[in-house]
Design a protein around this ligand. Structure first.
Ligand code: ADP
Ligand SMILES: O=c1ccn([C@@H]2O[C@H](COP(=O)(O)O)[C@@H](O)[C@H]2O)c(=O)[nH]1
Length: 516
């Protein structure tokens, strides 16, 4: 018998997050739901094969999730499992599946929320205790023998496919696959096929083909798949948005803001008054500009600052920022007994769940500060990187803390987000949107950063998410477009390979490179 690890691997293979990307407008609202494709067909007709072929051909398009109906087989009692091992259990009737849960998970994922999909083991004929977390799909491919049978599921699809295949070919493929991959023997597969699989195919699966937009042949189906992929590409292009570009075009956006930002006559005015005015106009919380804080910034801004000093003072500043964030968290009265047996009334943190989310590299210089103040805080991470052609932020990796992955816990959680500077604001924007998608309350997100560009995407972030607390130690003037060379450093567009990027002036330079 396969080990749990092996069965898990086999059963989760179909549910795969590849990459993810952003699709929101400047108001913070999702521009559109994910595009959903439903693929039905008999067992071993080639549904999974078609789904993978679509993913392969979509190539550069990020964020495709394949959701398999197999994940939604109901939990089986020991008696039902015994029947399954004797090939006497019907796994092909719609009642064997939890279609309500299937529709709920799909609905959540389609609406850009997280979902936790059950994990099913074919070798054990049982749903396992673990679930698989999915989030961030731009395209969802649903495949299963009954994917087109249920009307609630059908209503969620943007495109419906049916893989048509001869019964003898399906039986031959199923025998080969179930023996090789699902721990079965030939006689058992044939018994089950004749008793349950074929009748169910005739009664439920084949009749559902009438709902399909496209019927695909079982073999040599590349032409059909090509057409389907072209159609998906067209639909995605209609939906695409170049948010980062629009966020960087601040003049236009600032004219939309309800709180006008006062202009400064001095080009690089980093005086306390100027920063305070800008912070107030933008609705961000500025650290008290004590001589210590001003001194740290002076050291960090110095181009001659050694790496060692930069790390030391960035850590120190991060600690001060986190201490400021602590003022937003709820505390309650707490009694304790001192070493001399006296009772005293003090305070303790009253938040049920507090966690941190760092953006890989970008939030790194703030992590040590967070852990110094909140020693055991769970810390999740996101990897958000610019798309090479458009510089749009793409979510490449999403490892959020457990209290955010589960929606009912996310609704209670306080999240401290770490990002070293906010220029175009597109990464900050995307991070906040990801947390909101998970159910985190806007007024429980605290964003910590070393530096904000006054004229930059921050205005858009504030307008889209007015309840998020943004705490910074400094507000600088502007964000400038540059050409970032592939090998590092700035260059001139057209002279060597690179991509469009933005930098804050006067700024702290490339904080991550100076810190790491
Ligand atoms: N077009 C195809 N050409 C050749 N083999 C295929 C094709 N489609 C599927 N197969 C093979 O048939 C078997 C069952 O296919 P699969 O996609 O897993 O079926 P389903 O998901 O419909 O149960 C697999 O071994 C697969 O490699
Ligand atoms: O425990 C189980 C659960 C399901 N089955 C069979 O699986 C197929 C559906 O999967 P495909 O990948 O679409 O072939 C279905 O026909 C069930 O009979 C099983 O044998 N054991």
């Amino acid at each position: 018998m396969a080990t749990v690890h092996e069965t898990l691997e086999a059963s989760t293979r179909k549910n795969t997050i590849l990459k993810s990307h952003d699709r929101y407008n400047e108001s913070g609202a999702p521009l559109c739901d994910a595009f959903v494709i439903g693929i039905a067909g008999g067992s071993a007709s080639g549904k999974t094969h078609v789904a993978h072929e679509i993913v392969r051909q979509l190539g550069a398009i990020p964020s495709v999730v394949i959701m398999s109906q197999d994940s939604f087989y109901k939990w089986n009692s020991p008696e039902q499992i015994a029947l399954a091992f004797a090939n006497e259990k019907d796994f092909d009737h719609p009642d064997s599946l939890d279609l309500d849960l299937f529709a709920k998970c799909l609905r959540d994922l389609k609406r850009n929320r997280q979902t936790n999909v059950p994990v099913y083991s074919f070798s054990l004929h049982q749903r396992l205790d673990e679930t698989q977390y999915l989030y961030g799909a731009a395209i969802i491919i649903v495949e299963g023998i009954l994917a087109l049978h249920d009307s609630e599921l059908r209503n969620l699809y943007d495109l419906k496919l049916f893989v048509q295949c001869d019964s003898d070919l399906m039986l031959a493929r199923r025998i080969r696959r179930d023996v090789a991959e699902r721990g079965r023997d030939v006689n058992g597969v044939i018994d089950q096929y004749l008793r349950f699989v074929k009748p169910s195919f005739d009664n439920f699966v084949q009749p559902s083909s009438r709902y399909a937009d496209v019927i695909l042949p079982p073999k040599e189906n590349m032409e059909g798949i090509n057409l389907v992929v072209e159609y998906i590409r067209r639909k995605l292009a209609e939906r695409s948005s170049n948010l980062r570009e629009r966020m960087a075009l601040t003049e236009r956006l600032l004219s939309h803001t309800s709180t006008p930002v006062p202009a400064s006559s001095v080009k690089y005015d980093t005086s306390i008054e100027s920063m305070q005015r800008a912070a107030e106009g933008l609705g961000v919380q500025l650290l008290p500009q004590t001589p210590q804080v001003r001194g740290i910034y002076t050291l960090l801004r110095d181009e001659k600052c050694s790496k060692e000093d930069f790390i030391f003072y960035a850590d120190r500043l991060a600690t001060i920022l986190v201490e400021k964030a602590m003022e937003a968290l709820p505390f309650e009265k707490s009694e304790t007994t001192t070493p001399v047996e006296e009772r005293v009334v003090g305070q303790r943190l009253a938040a049920k769940e507090v966690c941190g989310v760092t953006i890989i590299r970008w939030g790194g210089p703030l992590e040590r500060g967070l852990q110094r103040v909140l020693r055991d805080i769970p810390l999740g991470s996101l990897l958000i990187q610019p798309e090479p052609n458009t510089s749009e932020p793409l979510l490449m990796h999403c490892m959020l803390p457990a209290c955010v992955r589960e929606r009912h816990r996310a609704e209670e959680a306080w999240v401290i987000v770490l990002g070293s500077q906010i220029g175009t604001g597109s990464t900050a924007f995307m991070t906040i949107r990801i947390l909101l998608d998970h159910g985190v309350r806007e007024d429980r997100i605290i964003f910590l950063t070393f530096l904000i560009a006054r004229v930059g995407g921050i205005a858009v972030v504030r307008r889209a998410f007015p309840k998020v607390r943004i705490i910074t130690g400094a507000v600088d003037n502007e964000v400038k477009e540059i050409w970032r060379m592939d090998g590092g450093g700035e260059g001139v567009k057209g002279q060597g390979k690179g991509r469009k990027d933005w930098k804050i002036e006067p700024g702290l330079g490339d904080i991550e490179s100076r810190y790491f």
